[in-house]
Write a protein that binds this ligand. Structure first.
Ligand code: FAQ
Length: 311
């Protein structure tokens, strides 16, 4: 009965055991996981667009090869995550349909434009850096398939972060124009990167329950603070500044203080009013429509193959 199931679930979570697809779980736990994993998967797929914008204009063969590999990795991350969501009893088709009709979200960060080549570096350094900070604790998420997907994703994200850092370092140490381009990109990506961690703890409606279920291990503000503390010395070694006059070390707290985040901007981006929301979703729907023949061909092939083995 439900009380016994609930007890077994609570005991497993308390004992740091993993919940697996066939285990009983509360409906709300399942729904929360589908919401978060789907949003995460959609972010990986939509997140291919800003950087893909620069593949044809990469400044060298080496940079182009690296960037193509990175963007393909994001596609792979999306696929692992859709598979993880499918273990919860939802289909990829349904999730994509919810993305395309605006019923499921993707990360706010991918609604900003990539104006120069330096943006590829800033995304790698800051956006992938923020993603790792958020995702390393998710490797210990109570839901097994999501936690396991995160292990591999985090390894790939660290390579992404390094390539962004290395790209920005090359620009920062280059000509004055290249240095200025790197600084401009960091100026534009810094604040949106801080917003990736989600609303402040006191307005984060899902945090308390998700932490109790051990889906989330740290609050949004804790991870945001961790990211700021990591980024400050890295900016220094890059020879770049972070666009926040209030950023300074607080000896007492043992952390960096930082300025106020513009939560109005965050809310507007979530409502669909960011600089690129329209472009991103239109492009995503077009890619889906143009890929219809591939899905049909794959399904026809699978059906024939099933027939073969049945004979
Ligand atoms: N953007 O109550 P909370 C990547 C929504 S990394 C949009 O705090 P929660 C790698 C939230 O969904 C990016 N919406 O929610 C890459 C909720 O709305 P809902 C993806 C946001 O879930 C790099 C509402 O606000 N990473 O893709 C955002 O407890 C480079 C209230 O918020 C993940 O998804 C936002 N920034 O905490 C790819 C990580 N923040 O659903 C390509 C997994 C919040 O009720 C290139 N997700 N919202 O309608 C998480 O860790 C969590 O879901 C949080 C939000 C921390 C994002």
């Amino acid at each position: 009965d439900t009380a016994a199931h609930q007890h077994a679930f609570d005991t497993a979570v308390a004992a740091e055991e993993r919940i697996e697809p066939r285990d009983w779980m509360p409906d709300a736990y399942r729904a929360t996981l589908v919401r978060q994993i789907a949003q995460h998967a959609h972010s990986e797929i939509i997140g291919m667009q800003p950087e893909a914008n620069w593949i044809t204009r990469a400044p060298s063969l080496r940079r182009k090869a690296i960037l193509m590999a990175k963007v393909q990795d994001e596609a792979g991350h999306g696929l692992y995550l859709y598979s993880a969501a499918e273990t919860l009893g939802t289909s990829r088709e349904e999730l994509l349909d919810k993305l395309h009709s605006g019923r499921q979200k993707y990360s706010s960060i991918f609604n900003y434009p990539t104006l120069t080549w330096a943006d590829v570096g800033a995304i790698g350094w800051l956006v992938d850096g923020a993603a790792i900070t958020n995702q390393v604790p998710l490797c210990r998420c109570s839901y097994g398939p999501y936690a396991r997907a995160m292990v591999r994703i985090c390894k790939e994200e660290s390579f992404h972060q390094r390539q962004g850092y290395e790209l920005l370092l090359a620009l920062s140490q280059g000509t004055p124009e290249q240095h200025a381009m790197a600084q401009d990109a960091v100026d534009r990506w810094w604040w949106p990167s801080l917003m990736m961690f989600g609303p402040p703890d006191d307005t984060s409606q899902h945090s308390a329950q998700s932490m109790e279920w051990k889906i989330k291990r740290h609050s949004n503000d804790e991870l945001r603070q961790r990211f700021v503390d990591i980024a400050v010395p890295q900016a220094e070694s890059l020879g770049l500044t972070l666009p926040d006059p209030d950023l300074r070390w607080n000896e007492e707290r043992g952390h960096h203080d930082f300025g106020a985040i513009d939560w109005t901007e965050f809310k507007e981006v979530l409502k669909g009013n960011g600089p690129c929301n329209e472009q991103r979703i239109t492009q995503r729907r077009r890619a889906h429509d143009e890929g219809a023949w591939v899905r049909e061909a794959a399904a026809a092939h699978a059906a024939r193959h099933a027939g073969d083995t049945g004979r």
